[in-house]
Design a protein around this ligand. Structure first.
Ligand code: GDP
Length: 344
């Protein structure tokens, strides 16, 4: 059934549109009737899988989801696009990841740090013409090595432990500064790790669930990992993008921690995911020092009571449910891979 668009839908602009969070956020915004403009980096290979996974009527997708080539590091292109689109809400999700940031520190900071400043400048310019709200994707990695402070809340001091986290901390402070200096409606979400079947394949959770499925199907035998003792507060990405949207619906802009409040080690994640497939991870996992980091974040556990109180947000998916839905998805992928291989 196709739904006729209403007179003038609210307009959102999302950077990092092809990433895990971009795809879930766009899905949420489309379901709420927004017209969504996604910023997509031009790369040599197409990277639209997650956007294709968005569940939406084809006609509505054509009318309401518009993609633009561009890059947050290119301030001229950004300003032109944002002034052209005139969005009501802007979500800045573009970023590299922690592991990559040790190998490409400069580019990581250009995207995650200076990219946010470019966005803020464009928002500032647009805000002289119309009212606009800005969301900056902060991260629990900014807490990094804060000693003896768990759970971490909005008042916990930052101690970033990777080029990625340093760039994000810079973006956080610029966002607060632009809010105070120019009165922008700008919010920082400090999101703890959030995963899903759309998670990138190099993050530890997805790496584990993909391997567990393939091991179960006899497609591989070993899984090489780094530090199994690290503890993370892992939530479900679909729950977390709702908090981003809620921040921009408030009367006043503010910064919020978004987390489940629980923490689990990488080893716990292995136990639950391999256990679901009746496998013993100890027979398959081996240490590869290449996956150890020059500086590690040992323990993350968030206190999201402010988000709960002020946004009325709380996670709906438990750790066990999250692992189950990722394992089931990736086991199915492995089954299909095995069947395809047996027909070839
Ligand atoms: P991050 O918290 O944003 O860095 O998310 P990741 O999923 O990349 O890493 C979570 C934790 O898992 C970190 O403490 C890593 O050191 C640890 N870890 C252990 N083995 C691996 C691995 O093979 N790949 C990744 N990405 N992380 C690993």
């Amino acid at each position: 059934m196709s739904t006729a668009p209403t007179a003038s839908p609210r307009r959102a602009f999302v950077t990092g549109a092809t990433g895990q969070d971009g795809s879930y956020l766009i899905e949420l915004l489309l379901s709420k009737g927004y017209e969504v403009h996604g910023l997509v980096r031009r790369t040599s290979s197409m990277n639209r899988g997650r956007l294709d996974a968005i569940k939406i009527d084809d006609e509505l997708r054509k009318q309401r989801l518009l993609l633009h080539y561009g890059d947050v590091t290119d301030v001229a292109c950004l300003a032109r696009l944002i002034l052209d689109v005139q969005p009501d809400e802007i979500y800045n999700l573009a970023a590299q990841n922690v592991r990559v940031s040790f190998d490409n520190p400069l580019y990581t900071v250009q995207v995650g740090g200076l990219g946010a400043l470019n966005m803020l400048e464009a928002v500032r310019e647009l805000s002289s013409k119309k009212s606009v709200r800005f969301y900056q994707a902060g991260t629990s990695e900014m807490f990094g090595g804060a000693p003896g402070t768990a759970p971490q809340s909005e008042t916990t001091p930052f101690h970033p432990r990777s080029p990625y986290a340093c760039g994000k901390a810079y973006a956080f402070h610029q966002t607060v500064n632009y809010r105070e200096a120019y009165g922008l409606f700008a919010c920082n979400g400090i999101l703890f790790n959030h995963e899903s079947p759309r998670r990138g394949e190099t993050f530890v959770t997805r790496k584990i669930t993909l391997a567990a499925g393939r091991i179960r199907e006899g497609l591989q035998d070993k899984l090489f990992l780094g530090n199994l003792d690290a503890k993370r507060d892992w939530g479900y990405a679909q729950d977390f993008v709702e908090a981003m949207w809620l921040m921009l619906q408030q009367d006043e802009p503010d910064d919020y921690v978004v987390a489940t409040g629980e923490t689990h080690s990488v080893e716990d994640f292995l136990d639950v995911s391999f256990g679901r497939l009746e496998l013993d991870w100890r027979e398959h996992v081996e240490l590869d020092p290449r996956f150890l980091r020059p500086t590690e974040v040992h323990l993350l556990q968030g206190d999201a009571s402010k988000a709960q109180e002020k946004l009325g947000w709380k996670p709906t998916t438990s750790f066990a449910e999250l692992v189950r839905l990722m394992v089931d998805n990736d086991w199915e992928l492995a089954r299909r891979e095995r069947e395809a291989a047996s027909k070839a």
